[in-house]
Design a protein around this ligand. Structure first.
Ligand code: HPA
Length: 267
């Protein structure tokens, strides 16, 4: 950790970011538009090198609406074969850099029948169905406690702010529970029916490990999903493809970016 922090601080002159953002599919552009200093993951000691195709894989620092922000342009996923500890390491780094509020974004399949592709959904809670937990292993008491409370990962005060921001911009917003499966295969219709019965509104392959670790470290978390497709077997759903996910997130990105900017201004 010391090596990682020293290296990043040498690139940023020790700048202290108060807001962290993990940019999901389709949102990478936000970091291109707000970039004061960029550091490639491949250069950072202890960071994973690989990222999903189409993501840049860099940490981007910028002042946005008067706030110091650090963004992950591209994230690592559990389905790539990395450990939970590896994929959540950057969240711990953000905490050590000074981040107090972490905004997590992603693309997700809509399970709730009232959702349609291109909706934005504020995550109110999650179900970890990845079959493991990023906090397994020796506990670092310096970061958090062994058995951390998860009663309010997605802070109500941030949800209220995000709702107001959406309203100000005239953006319709959904709320719901995010269900995380490991991927990389999309779910079967039976799995999606099960997720719905268990209380899921949307399903995806990221975010939950990062949210657990951020909450454990004492960061306030806000999560926003772009509903990129109807989940498997939902009435009206088509055969799932990554191309559809990318197409929808691209179509939504200008709305998503303005919402993000408004939230940064107001948190
Ligand atoms: N399932 C899981 N992950 C996803 C989906 C989905 O339908 N859409 C985007 N990410």
């Amino acid at each position: 950790m010391e090596n990682t922090l020293n290296f990043i601080n040498s690139k940023t002159n020790g700048l202290i970011p108060e807001i962290g953002i993990i940019l999901g599919s389709g949102l990478g552009e936000f970091a291109d538009e707000h970039c004061d200093v960029a550091v490639n993951y491949s250069e950072i000691p202890n960071f994973l090198k690989s990222t999903v195709q189409g993501h840049k894989g860099r940490l981007v620092f910028a002042e946005i609406s008067g706030k110091n922000v650090v963004m992950m342009q591209g994230r690592n996923h559990f389905y790539e074969g990395h450990s939970m500890q590896e994929i959540t390491y950057p969240v711990k780094v953000m905490k050590k850099l000074g981040v107090k509020t972490l905004i997590l974004t992603n693309a997700a399949g809509g399970v709730n029948k009232n959702f349609k592709p291109s909706d934005l959904m504020i995550i109110t809670d999650h179900i970890n169905f990845m079959g493991t937990n990023p906090l397994i292993g020796p506990n670092n008491a310096d970061l958090g406690e062994r058995f951390p409370d998860m009663s309010e990962i997605y802070k109500k005060e941030l949800i209220v702010i995000a709702d107001k921001c959406a309203e100000n911009l005239g953006i319709k917003i959904q709320h719901g529970v995010y269900f995380a499966s490991s991927g990389p295969s999309y779910e079967t219709p039976a799995e999606i029916r099960m997720a719905g019965i268990l209380g899921a509104d949307a399903v995806g392959m990221s975010t939950v490990p990062e949210a657990i670790v951020a909450n454990y470290c004492g960061m306030k978390v806000l999560g926003i999903s772009c509903i990129s497709n109807l989940a498997a077997g939902v009435e009206g759903a088509q055969k799932l493809s990554h191309a559809e996910v990318i197409e929808t997130t691209n179509a939504v990105k200008s709305r998503f970016k303005s919402l993000l900017q408004e939230i940064i201004k107001n948190v």
